[in-house]
Design a protein around this ligand. Structure first.
Ligand code: ADP
Ligand code: ADP
Length: 226
């Protein structure tokens, strides 16, 4: 079952110094419950790609299908986790996770109940009333994951979510994310520039190769799990 499909995605940024072609002719599919990593060198267009998939950026050409239907703009059907801690600093941990459900019209009681369930899943129940600045980096990213998952997205889009963490915390977070992924009906598209991370996490790796002035290549590498 294909959840997400990119067809001929292209992106040209227009700037004062001229145009930058960040993506050209990108095609791929992500299947339900798959864990797909996208790797590639800095500047190859990884962030542009995931921002387009999230609806935060408009593609110049091509289209994105989610469950077979074209999508434009952001939506609850795609959960997003960024590298930077994009938590609301003025809200508690619980408040951050409740934000999505409240915006979607859930009652406070329901939003709080769902927030508590997701915080338990990421092991942060005891920190529900803490503020983001009181947490370690890994804990903040766990809040960000809970906040993305509480809306029950069709796919979780992660842009180098562990890139700012120290090696030990990053490794713990990778294990934790795989646990979540195994236990839930969740599909993940994960961007990283770290090949080891991609090999550890992914079922399939998409290698984005960009040579200036040449056609961009997307090479698929299956990574069978032991
Ligand atoms: P990566 O995430 O792989 O490092 P990016 O998607 O950030 O790559 O960038 C791809 C290319 O697009 C780079 O040449 C970058 O300089 C350019 N680019 C990215 N964002 C913008 C922007 N907002 N305006 C202009 N150029 C951009
Ligand atoms: P992370 O890997 O998420 O950054 P660490 O395991 O390094 O978190 O822990 C940072 C601090 O927070 C440590 O003092 C740890 O004991 C504490 N801590 C982390 N998660 C929990 C939890 N679920 N319950 C209680 N304390 C925790």
């Amino acid at each position: 079952e294909v959840i997400l499909e990119a067809r001929g995605l292209g992106k040209v940024y227009q700037g004062a110094q001229g145009d930058t072609e960040a993506l050209r002719g990108i095609d791929f599919k992500v299947h339900r419950r798959e864990f797909v990593c996208v790797i590639g060198p800095s500047g190859c267009g990884k962030s542009t790609l995931i921002r387009i998939l999230a609806g935060l950026e408009q593609a110049t050409s091509g289209e994105i299908l989610l469950d077979g239907a074209p999508v434009k703009g952001p939506g609850r059907d795609r959960g997003m986790v960024f590298q930077g801690y994009s938590l609301f600093p003025w809200l508690t941990v619980k408040g951050n996770v409740m934000f999505g459900p409240l915006m979607n019209g859930s009652s406070r009681g329901t939003a709080e109940q769902h927030a508590r369930e997701w915080l338990e899943l990421v092991g942060l129940s005891k920190f529900a009333d803490a503020y983001p600045h009181q947490l370690s980096g890994g804990m903040r990213q766990r809040v960000a994951i809970a906040r993305a998952l509480v809306n029950q997205p069709r796919i979780l889009l992660m842009d180098e979510p562990f890139g700012a963490l120290d090696a030990q915390t990053r490794s713990k977070m990778q294990t934790h994310l795989l646990d979540i992924w195994r236990n839930l009906d969740v599909t993940v598209l994960f961007i990283t520039h770290d090949l080891d991370e991609a090999i550890y996490l992914a079922d399939r790796i998409l290698v984005l190769k960009a040579h200036p002035g040449e056609v961009q290549e997307l090479i698929e590498v299956p990574v069978p799990r032991p």
